[in-house]
Ligand binder design. Structure first.
Ligand SMILES: C[S@@+](CC[C@H](N)C(=O)[O-])C[C@H]1O[C@@H](n2cnc3c(N)ncnc32)[C@H](O)[C@@H]1O
Length: 215
């Protein structure tokens, strides 16, 4: 797997997700630096838990599998939960964490590429993501990803996106992270309905939207 192309306006990668030592350090620090991440996992799991039995979930940028573990522990009737990440070391960590759940699938793919949905090999009813959408490395790429997600998710479908709002006043932060308004507009513009902020703590937000059945 190669790192996706970075265009001149994009922010270069901060962490080298292909290095095992970087992945280990990130995994160790993530919840220590932001203990409230656990509350976001709870909120996502609560929303997934009300999906009908047999629902198929895909997680973009699943990392070490913290969110997958929380959802799989609480949602025993899922048909599948696909952990999608472009980093072999991250996928290896998540495999060690959640391979015990029969619903877990592991997909090495780049969610910036146009064909990751085909690589999944099955349709999905719900997409979740935590602290990974900004890994598109510029917020201008987000509307296209949301458009593809709206097209790809089966109706009635659910989208749950947790990511940072800008961390500070820097140009880098403004390029990487959408404001609340930008997230809500991008999801609505992509065609999701009932778009709302489901949880807000410090600089993290959880956005929720639905794809309704056509009348
Ligand atoms: C900040 S970590 C978050 C991990 C996990 N979601 C969590 O919150 O614990 C970002 C993750 O996104 C993955 N990632 C970044 N860009 C990606 C891409 N284009 N396609 C697939 N995965 C990507 C990285 O490998 C990493 O696992």
């Amino acid at each position: 797997m190669k790192l996706p192309t970075i265009e001149p306006e994009d922010v270069p990668y901060g962490d080298d997700w292909f290095r095992a030592d970087v992945v280990e350090a990130w995994t160790e620090a993530a919840d220590r630096l932001r203990p409230w991440r656990s509350q976001f996992r709870d909120a996502i799991a609560e929303s997934v838990a009300v999906l009908p039995a047999g629902a198929r979930v895909v997680e973009l940028g699943s990392g070490p599998g913290f969110l997958a573990e929380r959802v799989l522990e609480r949602c025993a009737s899922l048909a599948s939960y696909s952990l999608l990440d472009f980093s072999e070391p991250m996928l290896a960590r998540s495999r060690a964490r959640v391979a015990r759940f029969a619903a877990a699938r592991f997909v090495l793919a780049d969610f910036k590429s146009p064909d990751w949905i085909h690589q999944l090999g099955e349709s999905f009813d719900c997409v979740v993501s935590m602290q990974a959408i900004h890994e598109l490395r510029h917020k201008r790429h987000v509307p296209e990803l949301y458009r593809r997600l709206r097209e790809g998710v089966e109706a009635p479908g659910l989208i749950l996106i947790c990511d940072h709002v800008p961390l500070d006043d820097s140009e880098k932060s403004a390029k990487l992270y959408m404001t609340e308004g930008e997230q809500l507009d991008s999801l609505s513009f992509a065609g999701f309905e009932d778009v709302e902020i489901a949880l807000s703590i410090d600089k993290l937000r959880l956005y929720r939207g639905r794809k309704r059945l056509a009348p």
